[in-house]
Ligand binder design. Structure first.
Ligand code: PMP
Ligand code: GLU
Length: 400
């Protein structure tokens, strides 16, 4: 077959050679495409809350459109929103930020991506405890940094210990990413565990990127603690990352934010100003209204997630599938090794592909989270969808 197009074309950036596309976004697109073809798909794939956006937030966005809020705004985000974010940090996280220590981003994802670009020179190392969310490692690579993954164990509840952190440090260590509550394991670090990590990072002068996007999704007696609240030193090295996609069920509105010291915020702002400028003004007004909803709104939602979690754990116990008991977030990382063997699947990707093709249930293969032999179930969907999907998974594994 003759080569297509101009064969003299130069190759694209070599940075891309090592970067995998996002599997969570990829499976979301696949589910959308199958549904467009008229196929019913039960998605336990992406962590995408099914709740509608609160009326107050919708109304605020409608008012912003009607009021012609259609001009460029400031790179760091609306001042009213940053003021409200400061109040939120103060009252909910016991961290005092001023408005110039806050930047509003296009989702936590772009905030993390830009923050990593701002912190890292080529060759700098970022310590990433794994299993971890699919994008951290790729973000590090995109910045020319070196992702240093550290395996956490079942026994530790998939949490990094101070000893493991010490062992991973090198003169090139620049930052560590801590995600608590964690995607995909549901692990929640205790204050003591976080303090031990923070002390090492303070002594070594390395940054802590604290991804707190699941902070509201806590079960049983687990509590969320912000690393930046420990001391001025801890606050100075910590980037507190958060967003509206999970707690306010607004993933498509693309609003996130970071609290950090001014030097870091200015660096992120410099990059952001040449990239997205700022996230949509209309979305920022919606986010501002969402922040005014108060704790009561979130508590009701978390109660529903708790019921969904019970459904998932009940199903897993019934089928003798192990998963770390999730203390937070809305995922179950299921050990499906024995079903891989039973069905002759070499990877959990193969298993998930067969599950989608044969039973129309979408889940995310564990290997993308550095958890071979596992599969992630997201229970950010209605109980009806969850019940049907779980029963289909049950039939699928019984019939392997
Ligand atoms: N961090 C973690 C751990 C996530 O799972 C996600 C996915 N929502 C994000 C950050 C990014 O969220 P968003 O960009 O929608 O704010
Ligand atoms: N973070 C969610 C997930 O892990 C949403 C998709 C994404 O941003 O990766 O499913």
């Amino acid at each position: 077959m003759p080569a297509l197009g101009n064969t003299m074309k130069k190759p694209l950036s070599s940075i891309l050679e090592g970067i995998a596309p996002s599997i969570t976004m990829g499976i979301t697109s696949k589910v959308t495409e199958l549904r467009r073809q008229g196929i019913t798909v039960y998605s336990l794939g992406a962590g995408e809350p099914d709740f509608p956006v609160h009326e107050k937030a919708k109304l605020a966005s409608i008012e912003a459109v009607a009021g012609n809020m259609s001009k460029y705004g400031s790179v760091e985000g609306l001042i009213e929103l940053r003021e409200e974010i400061c109040r939120k940090f103060e009252s909910e996280n016991s961290v005092s930020y001023s408005t110039d220590e806050i930047i509003v981003t296009s989702g936590a994802k772009q905030g993390l991506f830009t923050a990593i670009q701002a912190l890292c020179s080529p060759g700098d190392e970022i310590i990433i405890p794994v299993p971890a969310w699919v994008s951290y490692v790729e973000m590090a690579k995109a910045a020319g940094a070196v992702p240093v993954t550290v395996n956490t164990s079942k026994e530790s509840g998939f949490k990094l210990s101070a000893g493991q952190l010490k062992a991973a440090l090198t003169p090139k260590s620049k930052a560590i990413i801590i995600n608590s509550p964690a995607n995909p394991t549901g692990a929640v670090y205790s204050a003591e565990e976080l303090k031990a990590i923070a002390e090492i990072c303070i002594a070594e002068g390395i940054y802590i990127i604290s991804d707190e996007i699941y902070e509201k999704f806590l079960f049983g007696s687990s509590e969320h603690v912000s690393i930046a609240s420990f001391s001025d030193e801890a606050k100075d090295i910590t980037l507190s990352v958060n967003g509206f996609s999970k707690a306010y069920a607004m993933p498509g509105w693309r609003v996130g934010y970071i609290g950090a010291n001014r030097e870091v915020i200015n660096a992120i702002s410099t990059l952001q100003g040449h990239c997205i400028s700022h996230t949509s003004i209309v979305s920022q007004y919606a986010a501002l209204a969402a922040l005014s909803l108060g704790e009561g709104y979130i508590q009701e939602i978390v109660a529903e997630y708790s019921a969904r979690r019970e459904l998932v754990l009940g199903f897993l116990a019934e089928h003798d599938i192990w998963c770390p008991e999730p203390d937070g977030a809305f995922y179950a990382l299921c050990d499906i090794q024995k079903y891989l063997e039973k069905g002759g699947f070499l990877t959990s990707s193969e298993f998930c592909e067969a599950l989608l093709a044969g039973s129309q249930v979408a889940c995310i293969p564990g290997e993308y989270f550095f958890a071979d032999g596992y599969m992630r179930i997201s229970y950010a969907c209605s109980r009806e969808t969850l019940a049907t999907a779980l029963s289909r998974i049950g039939d699928f594994i019984v019939n392997l």
